[in-house]
Design a protein. Structure first.
Length: 244
């Protein structure tokens, strides 16, 4: 394969990966607490091309990364909705271990356990499960303390990390720790806001503009592939004429 076609094909692959990330962002534009996926580009060169001209390098997505920027906090009026203003994540107890999320759309189980939207029990400080009286009003203070009738039921576990590089998405808007050396800590300057939800930090308008840009890049790369194929065809025909 000639270098022009190879580079264009590599660009097409990178754009397809970008489209996958963008499609996921668009699908979750209305998901509470969702954090957008972004791409980080680099260039690749085969070992035999290290000392050759720069045209032999190919664009690739080296790694996707998660944008943890704060989303807009919206008022819902639901006392079981909570938004985290500042750093940190709600900790939930999943079957495979502790997961973390910014989606504060909570609900109560029939037995009074405080659950996430997907049914995972919310962890309290110290690792316990918070159990409430379903028929009684709930008050949640800015430090995550949960009260009913003036009595403290427990405190939501809000976890932060020194580096988010050790966190990976695990579907349904959850994160898991992938770095064994990464330990959760209590964030400072963080407020839990009752009756509110944090919106996704990927906007529909932003995603639409990005989509148009990616599609235009894809079209240009397709033309480059076609041009490379045409140049190869003409080169073969010229060689055939000379040979005869």
């Amino acid at each position: 394969m000639d270098s022009l076609t190879a580079i264009a094909a590599s660009g097409l692959r990178a754009r397809m990966e970008s489209l996958d990330l963008l499609a996921n962002n668009i699908a979750n534009a209305s998901t509470g607490g969702y954090k957008a996926d972004r791409e980080f580009y680099g260039v690749y060169a085969a070992e035999e091309a290290r000392d050759a001209d720069q045209a032999s390098t190919m664009p690739v997505i080296e790694r996707p990364w998660i944008d943890f920027a704060q989303g807009v906090v919206q008022v819902t009026g639901n006392p079981l909705d909570v938004a985290i203003s500042g750093a940190g994540f709600l900790a939930v107890q999943a079957p495979a271990g502790t997961l973390y999320t910014r989606n504060g759309r909570l609900r109560l189980a029939a037995d009074g356990r405080l659950l996430s939207a997907e049914g995972y029990p919310l962890r309290g400080v110290g690792g316990g499960v918070l159990t409430l009286q379903p028929s009684r009003p709930v008050d949640i203070t800015q430090d995550g303390t949960v009260q009913q009738d003036g009595n403290i039921v427990g405190q939501l576990e809000i976890a932060d990390f020194t580096s988010t590089a050790g966190l990976a998405k695990q579907g349904a808007n959850y994160l898991r720790v992938t770095d064994p050396g990464l330990r959760p800590s209590t964030p400072t300057g963080t407020a839990v806001e009752q009756g509110k939800l944090e919106a996704s930090n990927t906007g529909s308008a932003e995603a639409a503009v990005h989509l148009v840009s990616v599609m235009r890049q894809f079209e240009m790369l397709q033309k480059a592939v076609s041009l490379g194929a045409e140049m190869n065809r003409q080169a073969v025909e010229e060689v055939a004429k000379i040979a005869t």
